[in-house]
Design a protein around this ligand. Sequence first.
Ligand code: GLC
Length: 551
Amino acid sequence: MLDIRDKVVYQIYPRSFQDSDGDGIGDLRGILRRLDYLRTLGADYLWLTPFFPSPQRDNGYDVADYRSVDPRFGTMADLEELISEAGKRNMGIMLDMVFNHTSTEHEWFQKALSGNQDYQDYYIFREGEPDKLPTNWASKFGGPAWEYVPGLSKWYLHLFDVTQADLNWENPAVREELKDILRFWKEKGIRGFRFDVVNLISKPERFEDDFEGDGRRFYTDGPHVHEFLQEMVRDAGIEDMVTVGEMSSTSIENCIRYSNPAEKELAMVFSFHHLKVDYRDGKKWELMDADIPALKQLFADWQLGMQEGGGWNALFYNNHDQPRVVSRFGDDKKYWKESAKMLAASIHFMRGTPYVYQGEEIGMTNAGYQAIEEYSDVESLNYYGILRREGKSEQEALHIIGERSRDNGRTPMQWTAGAYAGFSEVEPWLSIPENHRCINAELEQQDEDSIWHFYRRLIALRKERKVIAEGKIEFMERENPDVLSYRRWNEQEELAVLCNFRGKHAGLLGKSPADYEREGWQKLIGNYDGSEERLRPFEVLVYTRAKRTKQ
Ligand code: GLC
């Protein structure tokens, strides 16, 4: 079986990575141009978010054809070249499979709309009256989760945008179609898949109103989800590929099943609980400072729970749906470099496979937009309207969107200090933050002490030290409100990781840096010179020593 424990995945949002044809939108040939950069950093796999033909209502997560390349992003020949050139550099390409829903422009949905019963059965249609929603469920992008089609006198379910119709996985014909798509890409030389919101695919037998929430408890980790995944992985023959499922509002128990090799489902899972510690009462659009003790607790619960149950985590803070972590849990001004490094190390030494999202390795920050016109994301624009209708002032609404918008993670990659940050020769589809003059890949690569070099070192360490990939984990400093600390060990080596999550000095409840040093531990990596008795603002210290005592 494929071992993913010492691998690192780099996530590319093609639209914002590198433009090669001067239309302000990144493309596949742009990625080709940057392969050496990615190889130097040390990535093993490149996960590309969707570049399939799509009306782009949700930037490609509304797929209209799963087997071709949208001309905006290039051609099939470009993709084949990318697969082969990446392969020469020992990197595999992973594709993003959006199988919970299709775009309403997909031919299956179009056939359904034109009255074809077989294709209506590909989706979740319900007979009904235009003034009576089948259930009170909410779309994750705001508003109801059902849309009425007057011509058919039927409603269809859309957990996301109204142009993203949920597929009916209960229908075996749908499952066969999806397996065929995987076989198609496997034959092309694709090495792995990321499955979009894949724990939402199994809907309940009966659809009923949710009087406690937005409906998610009925379809999250739904009744047949494990069966469906096993069947898909087996029949499509993708057991030995890198697979990762995006799991929305999931549980540790389910994630163990999704990712324990014995279950033959997926290689690993993304879960999001740790990225809600700054949501007030779990609400994304209500701001709160990050609750660090809660973050620590979640890391401990997930790391220990998954270890115990033989599951495997994808380790990440950033992706195309998240604000930039350095602006969120770090300090993107005074301690920009220190906090970006500390945050990186805080997860790279955990048990799991790390994901680096484009720009994270150079410390890219939130967008800092001042006007709603600068945003593009469908969710941000919908919620701006909702916040305003709820009575928030323009300024308040903009402040909230500024913190939470997915566009924060989607601004073009900052390659240079020059025009359009070296991303494009023309005005890009989404504005580039002013700070590209001092935060860019060129400067970062030149400076030995940069965030970029730190990431490169973290990735190299995972390959040099088996303990990072294979070791056990336990948590220390559990009662410390400021410091996340854990220990990793295998037969040969032990590591101790100390991370100060605050922009001020923090004391240790247990061993201090001086104690570690007295006991003969060596510093493996850190973000300050030397060490002090307490941890300095956003300091990370990682110590190593040969394993002595038996566990
Ligand atoms: C996932 C994607 C996100 C998309 C949504 C619907 O959460 O990461 O970008 O909007 O699914 O496909």
